[in-house]
Design a protein around this ligand. Structure first.
Ligand SMILES: *[C@@H]1O[C@H](CO)[C@@H](O)[C@H](O)[C@H]1NC(C)=O
Ligand SMILES: *[C@@H]1O[C@H](CO)[C@@H](O)[C@H](O)[C@H]1NC(C)=O
Ligand SMILES: *[C@@H]1O[C@H](CO)[C@@H](O)[C@H](O)[C@H]1NC(C)=O
Ligand SMILES: *[C@@H]1O[C@H](CO)[C@@H](O)[C@H](O)[C@H]1NC(C)=O
Ligand SMILES: *[C@@H]1O[C@H](CO)[C@@H](O)[C@H](O)[C@H]1NC(C)=O
Ligand SMILES: *[C@@H]1O[C@H](CO)[C@@H](O)[C@H](O)[C@H]1NC(C)=O
Ligand SMILES: *[C@@H]1O[C@H](CO)[C@@H](O)[C@H](O)[C@H]1NC(C)=O
Length: 581
């Protein structure tokens, strides 16, 4: 259905020839999963298909890279089915991270070390414009090894074909390394000694860790005796990521940078829990020692990129715009049989630029600027009262395909409910205090993908509590419990605390709505929650958008801007016509 609707050519032109000196190189790689299937009947009704999020033509996916003035997205794809398996490296390219052309896969399974699939990995630039892939091969016994591939023809600006090294596998499980828990190499970085370093995800005695490998030539790798970092409070670390972020800076930092004023981020996707956690710390490239500011505790206090559905993410450094960009894979919340009927499964969150917060305690994430090109008609208002228990409709907007920014003025907070010190799990707190549970200061926020009469609605909202020491705690929730009349869906309610002082700062929310995905950024990107919903009534033109306040105290909408969004262009490989170069 979708591929036939797509235009055959993109409106922008490919460069006439490649200017090797001017074109900078970015790569995105990551991906922990995707699937694609031939011969699958795609239902003619696709109310849940997203329109400005990246998806392969069919089936499910995850992962990112950027190179030569062109962004490359590599993702895990199953060419045969919407069910995970037969992993290849799917490949799509873009000039702007918004509109994409799907190409043939970059890597296929089938060599002695990867008959069971080419699984996740990363891209590293060996030197300026020379990218290589490190990926995990899985053999028929499930044994995992790390392998190398490079572009067959560096003069091809699209880097369509990749060749695997004849020296593969480069890293095999040795000694006490469990061969079934040995995967997902990071982007490598170069130390002051000129040696490459790379991390590989691992599990030992049921605990997650990252192994450190070093190499002079990128081919012969040595495993360090001690793990780079480990945690007794997590399972297997999938898709680890390790990169510097600038202290007090406005720009991203290259992975190999020796810049002094940085902290480092160590991220792990925790197997079976399916959340992406990160810690901040100090890294010395002289000693290869990483000291974490706070280690994973295995509880709700651990930092996450996103407190909803978001997994197997990867960052890359965009050298042209000096920013670090995060891609994450967003799973479905319906069943596998729904996926078979839809003919696709999984999509990528809108790429987010990443910076360190001013207090150096967390990351700040924001949708890349380019997505704003898709904004069309704008609706806005300022200084509107939202009395306790009221809703306010945002008119004249395609509410199923929208970008919304709203900020609130709060009443005096001395009357806020008192926070119980036992409330440490924000997700639990949000599940017990959904939007239909009235409070004092909040719940207030947005009702998105709402049906007329509000039978269906997803509430993205805040509640403010007072703690004993007269500080305030801001809770952000995404309440899916009334998102659809369909019953068999995963409607888990998500929650996060936001590190914000509501006395001195406005509480703001940005939400990107795209049919079945709702991505919310609270407190200017301090806390993010992504949800998947499948309404039965609130689809297409039937969907509506509201601001609401269900606290007893009045709040005001200080400002609301909402834009109807255009579709991004995704040109399918089924269109045999190749882009003109
Ligand atoms: C993987 O591919 C083989 C054909 O090579 C097919 O028989 C099998 O069903 C596929 N498995 C999945 C999960 O797609
Ligand atoms: C490499 O790519 C360039 C540009 O697409 C093309 O002109 C050239 O023929 C290719 N070389 C080979 C060996 O395929
Ligand atoms: C983690 O557990 C192992 C035993 O499984 C123990 O030897 C080690 O000291 C523990 N590490 C930490 C940091 O608690
Ligand atoms: C990291 O470095 C900063 C600045 O030197 C220091 O204040 C902090 O204590 C260090 N953190 C750790 C965990 O060593
Ligand atoms: C995907 O979502 C389903 C439904 O919510 C959940 O059961 C499953 O664990 C998720 N899988 C991953 C890999 O996140
Ligand atoms: C909301 O706006 C009204 C009218 O402008 C004003 O009287 C009221 O004080 C405002 N309330 C808050 C909480 O800012
Ligand atoms: C507000 O709270 C009332 C009472 O609990 C509930 O019936 C209603 O659905 C809530 N409104 C919203 C928008 O959640």
């Amino acid at each position: 259905m979708i591929p036939q609707e797509l235009p055959l050519t993109l409106s922008y032109r490919w460069p006439e020839r490649r200017n090797r000196m001017q074109i900078s190189v970015f790569l995105i790689v990551g991906l922990c999963f995707v699937l694609v299937g031939h011969g699958i009947q795609v239902s003619p009704k696709q109310p849940y298909r997203s329109t400005f999020h990246f998806q392969p033509a069919k089936n499910w996916m995850s992962g990112p890279m950027y190179l030569s003035g062109i962004y490359h997205l590599f993702y895990q794809a199953n060419p045969y089915s919407v069910i995970k398996g037969n992993m290849t490296w799917g490949h799509s390219v873009s000039y702007d991270l918004v509109n994409w052309i799907h190409l043939e896969p970059a890597l296929y399974r089938g060599d002695p070390y990867d008959p069971h699939g080419c699984w996740s990995g990363s891209i590293t630039f060996l030197y300026e414009e020379n990218p290589v892939i490190l990926y995990t091969g899985v053999d028929n016994e499930g044994i995992q090894t790390q392998n190398l591939a490079w572009p067959k023809n560096l003069s091809d600006p699209l880097l369509r074909e990749w060749v695997k090294s004849t020296q593969n596998p480069l890293m095999s499980p040795i000694d006490d390394t469990d061969p079934k828990y040995f995967r997902d190499p990071t982007t490598a970085w170069k130390g002051p000694d000129g040696k490459w370093r790379v991390l590989v995800g691992n599990q030992m005695n049921g605990h997650g860790l990252a192994l450190l490998y070093t190499s002079k030539d990128f081919v012969r790798w040595t495993r360090s005796m001690n793990p780079f970092h480990s945690s007794n409070n997590t399972l297997m670390w999938e898709c680890p990521d390790f990169y510097p972020v600038s202290i007090n800076g406005k720009y991203g930092v290259d992975t190999s940078s020796q810049e002094k004023f940085t902290k480092h981020v160590l991220k792990a996707s925790i197997n079976l829990i399916f959340h992406d956690y990160y810690m901040l710390g100090n890294y010395s490239s002289e000693t290869d020692h990483f000291s974490a500011d706070t280690d994973f505790k295995g509880d709700a206090s651990d930092l996450r990129y996103d407190y909803g559905k978001f997994y197997a993410s990867k960052t890359f450094f965009d050298s042209s715009k000096k920013r670090r960009i995060l891609w994450g894979w967003v799973n479905e919340s319906d069943s596998q049989s729904d996926d078979l009927e839809k003919g696709w499964s999984g999509l990528q969150a809108i790429p987010r630029s990443i910076l360190l917060s001013k207090n150096e305690k967390q990351l700040i994430q924001w949708p890349i600027k380019e997505i704003e090109k898709l904004r069309k008609k704008k609706v806005s208002f300022e200084e509107k009262e939202l009395k306790g228990g009221s809703v306010l409709k945002v008119p004249d907007i395609t509410a199923s395909q929208a970008d919304v920014e709203v900020s609130f003025d709060l009443p005096s907070l001395t009357e806020a409910e008192l926070m119980d010190t036992s409330w440490i799990d924000p997700q639990l707190l949000c599940s017990q205090n959904t939007a239909s549970v009235r409070g004092r200061v909040g719940p207030f926020g947005l009702l998105v993908l709402a049906s007329k009469g509000l039978k269906e609605q997803t509430a993205v909202f805040f509640r403010i509590f007072r703690s004993n020491n007269d500080k305030y705690v801001v809770l952000m929730c995404s309440d899916q419990s009334r998102s659809s009349l369909r019953e068999e869906l995963d409607k888990t309610t998500y929650g996060a605390f936001i590190d914000i002082d509501p006395i001195h700062e406005k509480i703001s929310l940005r939400t990107l709505i795209d049919h079945s995905i709702i991505e919310s950024f609270g407190g200017e990107g301090r806390s993010c929650i992504t949800a998947r919903v499948y309404p039965e009534l609130a689809i297409g033109d039937e969907a509506e958008l509201f601001a609401f306040n269900n606290g007893t105290l009045d709040v005001n909408v200080s400002r609301l801007n909402a834009w109807s969004m255009r579709k991004a262009q995704l040109v399918s490989p089924n269109n045999r016509r190749k882009p003109k170069i």
